[in-house]
Design a protein around this ligand. Structure first.
Ligand code: DX5
Ligand code: ZN
Length: 229
């Protein structure tokens, strides 16, 4: 298995989250954002335990695999992520992000992800101190800072997020490694500049794109916030 995700390279990327897509027309929705210049596709996996909501399983990743050229960025909001890494890797995930709060030894989980030939990310919820990431900076390909409490699309961006993103950007810079800094939750044309200024380089957007009257225009407006994308 080979990942389509390159190491962080200073580019600004947009990753539409299909959580807010019209699932009856998923293929069409994905093609539309792909043609409009999306960079990755963000797939939110929720287990009803780690977060108070349920979403998708590996089958949705299989159904996207090979049908889109976009790398599949899979965000695991689940307890015991180690149980699900292989099924998601086999289904075609290019990047698997687990939560620092999921209760296991994150370093071991990240090793397991890499052994499956997939890029590895770690995410922190809004109340988790960025310092918890210090021990895994040598291992991760991506850090995902949640700018809402995970579980649902369509929530408002938390105002404390830019300061947290800055802290994570400093940690990444101090590591000297090429690590993507992704932000997820409440991203739209107004909040995108705030997180970009704070040092984010991958923007997840669900409702701002898929619930908009014109998703292509909405994606374009978020891209406009990024000066060199
Ligand atoms: C929330 C998910 C997000 C969600 C973002 O728990 O991790 O990826 O789809 O949705 P918006 O962009 O609507 O906040
Ligand atoms: Zn997500």
């Amino acid at each position: 298995m080979t990942s389509k995700i390159a190491p962080a390279n200073g580019k600004i990327l947009i990753a539409p989250s299909i959580l807010s897509a019209d699932l009856f027309r998923l293929g069409e929705e994905v093609k539309r954002v792909e043609n409009a210049g999306a960079d990755w596709l963000h797939v939110d996996i929720m287990d009803g335990h780690f977060v108070p909501n349920l979403s998708f399983g590996p089958a949705i990743v299989s159904s996207l695999n090979g049908k889109t050229a976009l790398p599949l960025d899979v965000h695991l909001m689940v307890e015991h992520p180690e149980q699900f890494l292989e099924p998601f890797a086999r289904a075609g995930a290019d990047l698997l992000t687990v939560h620092a709060e999921a209760g296991n030894n994150v370093s071991d989980v990240l090793k397991q992800i890499h052994s499956l030939g997939v890029k590895a990310g770690v995410s922190i919820k809004p109340d988790t101190a960025p310092e918890v990431l210090s021990g895994v900076l040598g291992q991760v390909d991506l850090i995902l800072v949640m700018s809402v409490y995970p579980g649902f699309g369509g929530q408002s961006f938390l105002p404390q997020s830019p300061a947290r993103i800055r802290q994570v950007r400093e940690l990444i810079n101090s590591s000297g490694r090429n690590i993507w800094l992704e932000v997820d939750g409440g991203i739209n044309a107004e909040t995108a500049p705030l997180v970009l200024q704070a040092g984010a380089d991958v923007l997840v957007a669900g409702s701002a794109i898929f619930s908009a009257g014109d998703p292509v225009q909405a994606l374009y407006q978020i891209k406009q916030a990024a000066p060199h994308s």
